[in-house]
Design a protein around this ligand. Structure first.
Ligand SMILES: Nc1ncnc2c1ncn2[C@@H]1O[C@H](COP(=O)(O)OP(=O)(O)OP(=O)(O)O)[C@@H](O)[C@H]1O
Length: 274
């Protein structure tokens, strides 16, 4: 079997010792195109941040082959648009691993950025300040940055949120192109019709893993209702549970977060939800 593009080994991620993604195991095949779906607050963005490494694991690990080049687009709400940058500056950021932030750009770099802007339909927007772009135009510029990055693994967090249908179609075409080039792409998506039409693989998350595999095998009513019932079970104010037997290390010492498991995950598990 070829080495996967990335793998999760009993991965638990969270904030202030509150787990938000629990005990995730599995591998993402090289060159696969996967939709990550789940209700609000189910841990999708948290998983993305864990893969990129901006959020270190509370337990377990994300395994990436040495030298993997990652590109990550956070949700638009996390992007600082007030920064005084032009579209071309934003796109050139995709070159920073090769050139450094103050690096001199080569003729090839200029050509690469121009080609990326053409590919996203933003030729002529080079000098535009990013705070003057529409949501769809900003998303196109961010996709141009991803194009320039030339990454092996591409992570996109809700790239179609509040975007007009023409732009959604253009961005989907770019995602299809990356998939055709053998890159591994993971995309957080809310629109299940869109997932069915464009994503061969789906991972359903509800803090724990609900289902993961071929989209037609995974996007089933029973899995979706299991994921939705997580939503109903979740309460920020719920009391926490004690450590669980199966998560005690071989040396008998509980994992850091297990002593304070959140109630929602356990309530859901008791109901056969997770
Ligand atoms: N910086 C943070 N500090 C504390 N808790 C956080 C932080 N970010 C997210 N959380 C919590 O972690 C849980 C998972 O959030 P996450 O953003 O990963 O969900 P999501 O599935 O991406 O949701 P949505 O579909 O609404 O974007 C939520 O309960 C959220 O409140």
């Amino acid at each position: 079997m070829t080495e996967p593009a990335l793998a999760f080994a009993d991965l638990t991620l969270g904030y202030n010792r509150h787990p938000a993604v629990h005990h995730l195991d599995g591998a993402v095949a090289r060159g696969s195109l996967t939709a990550i779906v789940g209700p609000n607050g189910s841990g999708k963005s948290t998983l993305m941040k864990g893969i990129v490494g901006v959020l270190p694991p509370m337990d377990g690990a994300v395994r990436l082959p040495e030298g993997t080049r990652l590109a990550y687009l956070p949700q638009q709400s996390e992007i600082d648009r007030s920064f005084p940058a032009r579209v071309i500056d934003l796109v050139r950021l995709g070159l920073w691993r090769r050139r450094g932030l103050l690096g001199r750009y080569t003729a090839e770099d200029h050509q690469r950025c121009a080609a990326a802007l053409t590919a996203v339909g933003l030729t002529g927007f080079e000098e535009r300040p990013i705070d003057t772009l529409s949501g769809g135009q900003l998303q196109r510029a961010l996709f141009a940055r991803v194009l320039v990055q030339d990454a092996d693994v591409i992570l996109l967090d809700e790239p179609f949120n509040a975007i007009d249908s023409q732009t959604v179609g253009d961005l989907l075409a770019l995602i299809g192109r990356w998939h055709g080039e053998g890159r591994t792409v993971l995309v957080v998506v809310h629109d299940l019709d869109l997932v069915r039409r464009h994503f061969p693989q789906t991972l359903i998350l509800a803090r724990g893993l609900v289902a993961w595999g071929r989209t037609q095998d995974v996007l089933l009513p029973e899995n979706l209702s299991r994921a939705r019932s997580f939503d109903e079970a979740w309460s920020e104010d719920a009391p926490w549970c004690e450590a669980e037997e199966e998560h005690v290390h071989a040396d008998g010492i509980p994992n850091g977060h297990h002593a304070h498991h959140d109630h929602a995950g356990d309530a859901a598990r008791r109901r056969g939800v997770l």
